[in-house]
Write a protein that binds this ligand. Structure first.
Ligand code: SF4
Length: 553
């Protein structure tokens, strides 16, 4: 049964949004045309057989700016082009001849061998660059097209890949970094993460979606489930026991929306099937006319969760789902930093780099240190941190020393712990401002100026920094969200700065920060501004009041 199209909004003429299920099979924009002309997964053979031999100039522009993404490859920003000029340049003028390569790490799960291989690849082919992203990937930079097939061989030899790390397809699956070992976990979702990857990633049936598709699966609330396209969150059903509550339609960017619950409970072994049903709805009914309305959140917003669930059950699963309870909201996603005892009596040790910035040589050294401590497993987190699992009690102290030597602080300041930053102008073509270096500068300043408040910030104030409005660093859900833009200072000079969003959050404080009119700060004033806001919060807050509550007053 095909449900009727969503009713047109008042004052808008009814017209199709390019939904395949409603018969719109002809591409309505160049991106859709490119995907229809050639399945983007086919570009791999051209990279291996043609472009890696012919060099950068041999690459078909339609592949370079489109299909390469399906293998985690974007051209990086040409060095020396500042944000102020970005608006007047054509995209190809911003292209460097080098690539960012995103290595997908589903569930953030790596063996020490895999970590070492990524680190060695970085040293050999990516000028020792490596960033841990807030989607548990590792991004390398300065990659040459000539080296891509060799890098794939090395990654695939240890079970890693870059397939569908970017593009209009199912991206890396977020998973709890402490799945299977945390004492508070309701259920271990690792099997579902692995099984979805095994069955569906690289499957042509799901390689042409209307837009990117982000998944999160966890038996805890540590995977920012409210802002994923689909999320499975651990809940204990009063009759059926541990399983997952299903959420759909969350996402940030320029039109942020929180995911909605379907009110359905799904056992672990059914998660891949339900996931495939939801992705199929998106593929078939998702809006393909306008890129900025193509994420599943717009379909969910128009249909509502009841109708979405009905279509899932009647057309795709051919059976009803079990009703289930909501998870009990917690204060904020757990970052797992520090030393914690596991279910089995061993320990996991979480270290904080600065805003996810590490290096290939750091990753190699961390892999060695973990193995010296008797561990074979590390985890990346959605908060840009790195954990070493399965550490015997006797090894915790020496591992902590080793991690700190590598710049991964196990007892970080509240500022290092709670500041996220996206790639920014250093490498990202869409960026308007600097982010990573600014985060490092801000953290250093706040550690120095606000040391007197450390004991009072039992819950750190979160600061997220974006280089543009796309919100890769989730600014709308931070206590202090900073969206990069060109601002005008008091003397009328234009320069890098940020639009401020105050009081966003997840969990108990689920909601988007308020964007106050004229609330902009120049890069030069940023440290003073954040210091002022935090001092005012600490002075004015009531007992137990969280930042989001205080900011909403
Ligand atoms: Fe690039 Fe903008 Fe995303 Fe930052 S938020 S990584 S600048 S697209």
């Amino acid at each position: 049964m095909v449900p009727p199209a969503a009713p047109p909004k008042r004052g808008h003429a009814r017209r199709g949004e390019g939904q395949w299920a409603l018969g719109y099979r002809e591409p309505l924009n160049p991106n859709e045309r490119s995907k229809k002309d050639d399945n983007p997964l086919n570009v791999r053979a051209r990279i291996e057989n043609i472009y890696a031999h012919g060099g950068f100039d041999s690459i078909d522009p339609a592949d370079l700016r489109g299909r390469f993404r399906w293998y985690g490859l974007y051209t990086q920003r040409k060095p020396g082009i500042d944000g102020g000029r970005t608006a007047v340049l054509e995209p190809e003028e911003l292209d460097d001849r080098y690539f960012m390569m995103r290595v997908r790490v589903d569930g953030g799960a790596l063996t020490t061998e895999q970590l070492r291989v990524i680190g060695e690849i970085s040293e050999l082919y990516a000028r020792d660059t490596a960033d841990i992203t807030d989607r548990q990937n590792i991004q390398l930079h300065w990659v040459r097209i000539e080296d891509v097939p060799t890098i794939w061989q090395k990654l695939e030899a240890v079970g890693l890949s870059t397939t569908e790390a970017c593009g209009d397809c199912p991206r890396v699956i977020l998973g709890s970094p402490v799945a299977g070992i945390h004492r508070d976990e309701i259920i271990d979702g690792s099997w579902a993460v692995d099984e979805i990857y095994r069955r569906y990633i690289g499957d042509p049936a799901f390689s042409n979606l209307p837009r990117k598709f982000k998944t999160a699966i966890s038996g805890m609330q540590d995977i920012v489930h409210e802002i994923n396209d689909v999320a499975f969150v651990g809940v204990d059903h009063p009759e059926h026991g541990p399983g997952f509550d299903v959420w759909v339609g969350g996402g940030l960017s320029t039109n942020p929306m929180l995911a909605k619950r379907l009110g359905a409970w799904v056992p672990l072994d059914e998660v891949p099937e339900v996931w495939a049903g939801i992705v199929s709805i998106f593929r078939d009914y998702g809006y393909r006319r306008l890129r900025h309305r193509a994420r599943i959140k717009f379909l969910v917003a128009d249909w509502g969760p009841e109708r979405f669930r009905e279509v899932l059950e009647t057309e795709y699963l051919k059976r009803p789902l079990v009703d289930g309870p909501a998870p009990v909201a917690q204060a904020a996603p757990d970052d797992h930093v520090g030393v914690h005892e596991q279910k089995d009596g061993r320990f996991f040790v979480g270290g904080a780099p600065i805003a996810g910035r590490v290096s290939g040589s750091t990753l190699v050294e961390v892999a060695k240190a973990a193995e010296r401590a008797g561990s074979g497993r590390v985890r990346l987190t959605p908060l840009q941190k790195l954990l070493v699992l399965d550490v015997p009690a006797a090894e915790v102290e020496s591992l902590t020393t080793d991690l700190e030597k590598q710049g991964l602080q196990v007892n970080p300041s509240p500022w290092r712990r709670s500041t996220l930053a996206c790639t920014g102008i250093e490498f990202c073509k869409l960026a308007i401002v600097e982010t990573k270096r600014r985060a490092a500068d801000l953290i250093a300043a706040l550690e120095d100026r606000l040391a007197d408040l450390n004991a009072q910030l039992e819950t750190p104030v979160t600061v997220h920094i974006n280089g543009c409005p796309n919100s890769c660093a989730r600014i709308q859900t931070a206590d202090i969200g900073l969206k990069g833009q060109i601002v005008t200072d008091a003397d009328g000079n234009q320069g890098e700065g940020y639009q401020v969003h105050l009081g966003g959050g997840l969990g108990l404080d689920s909601g988007f920060g308020r964007k106050l009119r004229g609330h902009k700060v120049s890069a030069a004033e940023l440290n003073d501004y954040v210091e002022r806001v935090v001092r005012r919060f600490v002075e004015q807050r009531a007992d137990g009041e969280r930042f989001a509550q205080w900011a909403a007053r």
